[in-house]
Design a protein around this ligand. Structure first.
Ligand code: UD1
Length: 428
């Protein structure tokens, strides 16, 4: 067995993974990143206090808490519970270096509009997986009476009156659906969102807003109705399990698990992934809050196309490609949500995967591939998770650079994987 040494890399934070070790035991899934990143900005709408449970300890959470603190909000974050008190909230400009750290800083647009009818924010950051415009958010705000100006690299959103409106989304954007809900819950009158995104995280955010006195119905369907209210009270919510984290570990189990239990998940949120794995021949024991999975031989190649929820989620598209590389034959993968979500392919190829690209968003994957360890770079969050999966099944040691991307969205990934038998560690 190859020994992992601390001195493998002295200067950069890297993940070192020695592949080929069977994963057994229990992995507990944390709270959903895509919920907490909206719920933290939403918490400024509480009358004073909000209590949020099952909060994932990821860098996106910590960056948003830094923004809250900058806005004058007091917070404590212990044992995955975040308590906030916003009695001293101020509406001040969030510096570019903070708001460009993550995509979800744009939820302060909706939340500050609801609270102050005025918000100023720099363009949000996040993974470089496509152009990611925010035109749907801005056009929807305009329909509600907001004047949008872009000046000195920042958006100035100003509403003399914030009014409910009928908003038909040209695409069911997750971010726009949540941002409209945030602004609309304290607007005058009724807002109807048609062609709304239906992701489970949207329901979680609506439940939190409703816990504070908002009147939102239909979250989780294509039609959401929000009746504006003047006054909010204190709020509380439990963050739902992270379906992307759960799906990533489910794939790890399907690749190299033996009775690996993925615990604290909601299988209903993973239906598209589960049905693809079943079609490929993976055997799973599915219970109400956990799935037990083992790797299988002779996996059948399958075709996967990413879609909006409840279709196959784009965030699991990249990790899924490692599984396709293990199937016996040619699988076809198509990414339909983002234009630039294939930057990891060159690294999978470097590890020995036989992947042919067609048209930038279609990959023909020929398996079964036998991967080998090498040096690779995580270019974005899910690309990082993909390389971790590839490294877990590769022969030898893989060094993954760009660990900060992975830590944005996976709570304690090295610790969780080590506990079930992976040889993995972060070195500085
Ligand atoms: C959210 C998730 C992200 C996930 C994505 C799709 C968060 C913090 N992030 O991202 O993990 O990959 O949903 O499930 O929840 N679009 C526009 N104009 C807009 C808004 C979006 O053209 O104003 C396009 C985007 O460029 C993209 C597609 O719509 O091609 C989907 O974007 P959207 O659903 O808004 O994703 P995010 O909310 O950014």
């Amino acid at each position: 067995m190859i020994k992992l040494r601390e001195e493998e890399s002295e200067f950069m934070s890297k993940l070192l993974i020695e592949g080929g070790h069977t994963l057994s035991g229990v992995i507990n899934v944390s709270g959903a990143k895509n919920s907490i990143v909206a719920i933290i900005p939403a918490s400024i709408l509480a009358e004073q206090e909000a209590v949020i449970e099952n909060v994932p300890n990821i860098s996106d959470t910590n960056d948003l808490i830094s923004i809250l603190n900058l806005l004058g909000v007091d917070s404590t974050f212990t044992d995955n519970t975040l308590k906030i008190n916003n009695s001293n909230l101020k509406n001040i400009l969030i510096p570019a270096e903070l708001s460009t750290k993550l995509r979800a800083s744009y939820y302060f647009m909706g939340a500050l509009l609801a609270k102050y009818r005025h918000a100023e924010l720099y363009y949000p950051g996040g993974c470089n997986i496509g152009a990611r415009p925010i035109d749907i958010h801005l056009k929807s705000f305009e329909k509600m009476g907001v004047q949008v100006t872009f000046l000195d690299d920042k958006y100035i959103l100003d509403a003399k009156e914030l009014n409910g409106a009928d908003i038909d989304l040209r695409f069911p954007s997750v971010g726009a659906t949540i941002n409209i809900m945030l602004a609309a819950c304290k607007a005058s009158g009724i807002t109807r969102i048609s062609n709304a995104a239906m992701e489970p995280e949207i329901v979680n955010v609506a439940d939190f807003l409703n816990s504070m006195g908002a009147k939102i119905t239909g979250a989780g369907t294509k039609e959401i109705v929000i009746t504006g209210v003047n006054k909010f009270h204190n709020g509380n919510i439990k963050i739902i399990p992270d379906r992307i984290e759960a799906g990533t570990y489910l794939l790890a189990g399907a690749l190299i698990g033996k009775d690996l239990v993925i615990n604290n998940l909601n299988p209903n949120h993973l239906e598209a992934l589960i049905s693809k794995l079943e079609a490929s021949g993976v055997k799973m024991q599915i219970d109400s809050d956990k799935i037990t999975v083992s790797s299988s031989k002779n996996l059948i190649p399958i075709n996967v196309k990413t879609l909006v929820y409840p279709g196959f989620v784009t965030d699991l598209g990249q990790p899924m490609q490692v599984f396709l590389a293990r199937c016996n034959g040619v699988s076809l993968f198509e990414e339909t949500i983002y234009e630039n979500r294939m930057q990891h392919i060159k690294y999978l190829q470097k590890m020995g995967a036989k992947i042919k690209m067609d048209n930038n968003n279609i990959a023909l994957i020929k398996g079964p591939c036998h991967l080998h360890g090498t040096s690779v770079t995580a270019t974005d969050l899910r690309a990082g998770a993909t390389l971790v999966l590839a490294a877990l099944i590769a022969k030898g040691i893989t060094k993954i650079d760009g660990v900060k991307h992975i830590l944005r969205g996976y709570d304690s990934l090295p610790i969780k994987l080590k506990k079930v038998g992976a040889k993995i560690k972060i070195v500085e």
